[in-house]
Design a binder for this molecule. Sequence first.
Ligand code: GRF
Length: 197
Amino acid sequence: MVKIAVFVSGGGTNLQALIDACQNNEINGEIVLVVSNRKKAYGLERARLANIKAECIKDDDLLIKRLEEEKVDLIVLAGYLAIVSEKLINKYENKIMNIHPSLIPSFCGPGFYGLHVHEHAFNRGVKVAGATVHFVSAVVDGGPIILQRAIDVSKAQSPEEMQEMVLVNIEHKILKEAVKLYCDGKIKVENERVIIE
Ligand code: GRF
């Protein structure tokens, strides 16, 4: 059984989708630790309600020590807004996944996070939007892409509405699928490209 740590900074609806999928045995993995860089992140409360260890950790060495103590195999960034250290990225190479609320390479990189992504996309007048699950590298939103999916957002009346459409219809589904594929050993990385077997 793959041991999973999930990092959150906000409400944690992506985390909840993973918690439910593990509890329903849709994912052959176990969330053993939830970490936040914010004490008040509701995602920590979701973890406690699911009897999962929930910790606010801001120190990188302590973070790495806790991941080792819990024997974590896979780290999932689910709305985590702190920058992950190069030390952690090197230690967990191609074992850290992130969900980004756009179709990378559009609307990504430094400054493109949360609602800001959808504000740029909405103001640009996009008709299609989506999300991307990728492995984390030293380049923000730059790691090998695992899964992407698009949705028609031509009817969205605001960035907030577009954010909700992408979060509920795309993010919760592709993050769950990507973690499931990883836990089933179906993901390989060759020459910076993800191959799904
Ligand atoms: C998601 O849209 C995620 O892609 C972005 O932040 C949002 C977090 O949502 N990085 P939640 O906390 O999982 O509800």
